[in-house]
Design a protein around this ligand. Structure first.
Ligand code: A2P
Length: 335
């Protein structure tokens, strides 16, 4: 691809879209033209990019003329409806929704793990689920060291994972409670302020949620491990930003905590924070706004043979979404 690329962001006004804009800016992505697209509600608003003010346009079928790379983050319905028009216009789509992740001819990419898969694209490349990305950032280096078989995990997912409205809901409910009012709810089925909800995404007949099964299905595809198993409980917590995941993983080979720590330390995109005697372990309030994920609390699992338990935290708007998408776009630009 040429060095000067016309990039479009679909969902530019959303929680992830704004981070895509900032990430393109921060990483100095070679943008010759930037098209910011959103719903009709946002048409005419302006957003700044590298000192220029860019007007948001309403997303339409013909919005992709001349676009080289289209970053989609406006929900699965919008991706299903508009990605084909972007591809027809000659753009390569990097899609943050779950619309195409399980399609055989759509690579599902975390660049630190399977950047090579980008070259197999047929017009669409999918960005994985946010909790899955954060988990595999820690799990994959451990897999390379010991060979992972299965995991048991619980997520602690921030409200910004539900988009800008999730943030508004938590802020409003805190304000209502502090002022002695009844809480109102629009985004979640229960009060999220001062509560935790064992419910992220829709329930399946199995009793798991769609979000919970993404961990097994998507991690298999990213790591190329077709027998990998994951039993996950996804929990929404009253945290504004950054997802945390508690993982117990079982491996083929004998595990060593020292080797596990070395594996994490030498992997890119993830840092080790593991000094429990000084109360040092990753926290969402510290990781919010950072590109790298952070892992800690690494210990031998006492209930599994060849098992390790660990805690991993990542900013789901960055590595879990916008940053990973821009990293994919960087791989596309190299093709
Ligand atoms: P808008 O701000 O105009 O509603 P979030 O995940 O934070 O809720 O953001 C969703 C993003 O997707 C926003 O930029 C939103 O635009 C955009 N969006 C939602 N529905 C559509 C649609 N039907 N067409 C275009 N953009 C959409």
């Amino acid at each position: 691809m040429s060095n000067d690329l016309h990039v479009a962001i679909v969902g530019a006004t959303g929680a992830v879209g704004i981070e895509m804009l900032r990430t393109l800016e921060k990483r100095n992505f070679q943008v010759s033209k930037l098209s910011l697209l959103a719903s009709q509600r946002s048409a005419g608003k302006t957003l700044s990019f590298k000192g220029d003010s860019i007007t948001v346009q309403e997303l339409k079928k013909d919005s992709f003329h001349g676009v080289d790379i289209a970053l989609f983050s406006a929900g699965g319905g919008t991706s299903k409806e508009y990605a084909e028009f972007a591809v027809e216009a000659g753009a390569i789509v990097v899609d943050n929704s779950s619309a195409f992740r399980s399609d055989e001819d759509v690579p599902l990419v975390v660049p630190e793990i399977n950047a090579v898969d980008v070259a197999t694209h047929k017009g669409i490349i999918a960005n994985p689920n946010c909790s899955t990305i954060v988990t595999v950032m820690a799990l994959y280096p451990l897999h390379l060291a010991f060979g992972v078989k299965r995991i048991f995990a619980s997520t602690y997912q921030a409200v910004s994972g539900s988009g800008a409205m999730g943030i508004v809901e938590l802020e409003r409910q805190i304000d209502e409670i502090v002022n002695g009012k009844n809480t109102s709810k629009k985004v979640y089925p229960h009060q999220i302020a001062f509560n935790v909800l064992p419910h992220v995404d829709e329930f399946l007949e199995s009793g798991y949620t769609k979000e919970e099964m993404k961990m097994e299905n998507e991690a298999r595809k990213i790591m190329g491990l077709h027998d990998f198993k994951a039993s996950v409980t996804c929990v929404r917590v009253p945290v504004f930003r950054a997802h945390s995941i508690a993982v117990s993983a079982e491996f083929e080979k004998d595990v060593s905590v020292l080797e596990a720590k070395k594996a994490i330390e030498s992997a890119s995109g993830i840092d080790l924070i593991d000094d429990v005697s000084n109360c040092k372990y990753p926290l969402p309030i510290d990781v919010a706004g950072l590109d790298n994920c952070k892992a800690g609390r690494i210990r031998k699992d006492c209930a599994l043979s060849n098992g390790l338990s660990f805690w991993v935290v990542g900013d789901q708007l960055l590595k879990g979404a916008a940053l990973n998408a821009v990293q994919i776009a960087e791989e596309v630009a190299k093709l």
